[in-house]
Write a protein that binds this ligand. Structure first.
Ligand code: PEP
Length: 249
């Protein structure tokens, strides 16, 4: 069975004043059984987030090279040294704001693996692609081109995030989430020896209100959460909702 994981992506949010929220989330995580809680703060907070037991510290990006003349960038070994154990890669905001293409994302995934980090690979279609009936085609391309050979349940998590559902309050229809996750599970199983056990997260406006019904869906092993991960008050109920998911869904 794939591991159950809740990952919070803080994006470019959070000064030191937000650290008590991390402490509250970490405290709650001790009581949430069968669920791994990941927090990806801005890099400035990463070493302090990494001091907390009970949560997995994560970065939000890395450079594909280990070192070099890349002003402003951070390498996977640097992020590992700062405390990261996992990295979000290929997020749609990186793909849109920094013109990241699948081939570059694949290089970053390899770099993360090389530094001993697990990758949370993000894939997702735009609204135009969704309306054009191209969701599965787009996801298949992204999965094939941005996830290199060698993916295992230990080094990879896949997050499906419809771009048009991120930060908008829109969630995809439940039957559509289930269909997409089934397709991703099948593709991962066909390509990698242990592909069926790679955790599949759903992302896009997941909240305390909708988490339980999303987690009830088959092949949804957790969520990648943006806005609702910034406070324990909103995030902990999502962690609890995953812990309550039935054993076989
Ligand atoms: C995200 O950015 O990965 C995300 C899912 O954001 P939100 O939960 O705010 O839609």
């Amino acid at each position: 069975m794939a591991a159950r994981i809740i990952a919070g992506n803080w994006k470019m949010n959070g000064l030191a004043a937000a650290l008590p929220e991390v402490a509250r989330i970490a405290d709650a995580a001790h009581d949430v059984t069968g669920v791994e809680t990941v927090i990806a703060p801005p890099v400035t907070l990463l070493p302090r987030v990494a001091r907390h037991d009970g949560i997995t510290p994560a970065a939000q990006d890395c450079h594909a090279a280990d070192a070099g003349a890349h002003t402003g960038d951070l390498s996977a070994p640097m992020l590992a040294e700062a405390g990261a154990r996992t990295e979000i890669l290929g997020h749609s905001e990186r793909r849109a704001n920094h013109a990241e293409r699948d081939v570059q994302v694949a290089g970053k995934v390899r770099a993360a693996w090389g530094a001993g980090l697990r990758a949370i690979l993000c894939i997702g279609e735009t609204e135009a692609q969704y309306r054009g009936g191209r969701t599965v085609e787009v996801l298949a391309r992204q999965l094939a081109a941005s996830l290199p050979e060698g993916a295992t349940p230990e080094n990879t998590i896949v997050a499906y995030e419809p771009v048009w559902a991120i930060g908008t309050g829109i969630t995809l229809r439940e039957d559509e989430i289930e269909r997409v996750h089934r397709t991703l599970r099948d593709r991962l199983a066909a390509r990698f020896a242990q592909g069926a056990e790679v955790s599949l997260l759903y992302g896009g406006s997941v909240s305390a209100e909708n988490a339980a019904s999303i987690f009830a869906l088959r092949n949804v092993d957790g969520a990648l959460v943006g806005g609702a991960s910034l406070t324990a008050g909103k995030f902990v109920p999502i962690m609890n909702a995953l812990a309550e998911k039935g054993a076989y869904a």
